[in-house]
Design a protein around this ligand. Structure first.
Ligand SMILES: [Zn+2]
Length: 201
C-alpha cells in the first residue's frame, strides 16, 4: 500500500469534484483533520470508511487502494495485488508484535545482568557506575524499541464507534493499560475509552 500515492489520489479526485476537505469530511461525518492526514499520506482510511469515501469521490475501492483509476483491462490484476498487500500488512504486524515482546524481554535480561555484574564482581567504583549507567541505557532503548514496534503492530479499536486507529507515541505511553486494552482518545469520535489492540483491520 503506497500511502503517499493514495493520499495524492484522494486529494486530486476531491479537487476534481470541487470538494473542500471540510465538505468531504462532513459527508463522511469525520473531522477535516482526518481527511488532511490521508492526503498527506499519514494513514489509510479505516475499512468502514472506504466505501462511503469512494462513493463520495466517484471511484472504486480498487482505484483507491491502487492510488489511480484502474482501467477495466487491469482491474482484476490490481484487485489481486491490493488483496495480497493487505494480507502482507497483517502478517508484518504479527511479526512486529513478536519482535516487540522479544526486545522488551532482552532489555530486561541485559539490564539485570549488568546490574548483577556491577553489584557482585569486585570492580573499581568508576566501572560499577559505568555499568549501571549502561544498564539504564540498555533498558531505556529496549523499552523504546518495544513501544515503537507495539504501536506499529496493528491498530486500536474505539469502544464507542469501532473506528480503528494508530495512536501517537506520547498518547500511547501516557495511556493507562491492561495487556490487551489501553485508554486512548479516538480521533474519529473524540471519546476516550479502553481501546482493544487489534493486529489486523
Ligand atoms: Zn470513536
Amino acid at each position: 500500500m503506497d500511502q503517499i500515492r493514495i493520499g495524492k489520489f484522494i486529494a486530486e479526485t476531491r479537487k476534481s469534484r470541487s470538494l473542500t476537505q471540510g465538505q468531504l469530511a462532513n459527508t463522511l461525518s469525520i473531522s477535516d483533520k482526518t481527511v488532511s492526514k490521508w492526503e498527506c499520506g499519514k494513514g489509510l482510511p479505516e475499512v468502514s470508511l472506504m466505501l462511503p469515501l469512494c462513493e463520495a469521490l466517484g471511484i472504486t475501492v480498487n482505484d483507491l487502494l491502487s492510488g489511480e483509476r484502474v482501467s477495466p483491462k487491469e482491474y482484476q490484476k490490481k484487485a489481486e495485488e491490493n488483496m495480497m498487500d493487505l494480507v502482507k500488512e497483517n502478517s508484518e504486524n504479527r511479526k512486529r508484535m513478536a519482535l516487540s515482546v522479544i526486545s522488551g524481554v532482552n532489555a530486561v535480561i541485559a539490564c539485570c545482568a549488568l546490574i548483577a555484574l556491577a553489584a557482585y564482581v569486585a570492580l573499581p567504583m568508576a566501572v560499577r557506575i559505568l555499568l549501571i549507567v549502561l544498564s539504564i541505557l540498555v533498558m531505556a532503548s529496549g523499552i523504546t524499541a518495544a513501544i515503537m514496534l507495539d504501536i506499529k503492530a496493528g491498530y486500536f479499536e474505539c469502544p464507542h464507534c469501532k473506528a480503528l486507529f494508530v495512536p501517537g507515541m506520547s498518547e500511547y505511553v501516557a495511556g493507562v493499560h491492561t495487556f490487551t486494552r489501553r485508554r486512548l482518545t479516538c480521533p474519529q469520535c473524540g471519546k476516550t475509552g479502553m481501546c482493544a489492540h487489534r493486529i489486523s483491520r
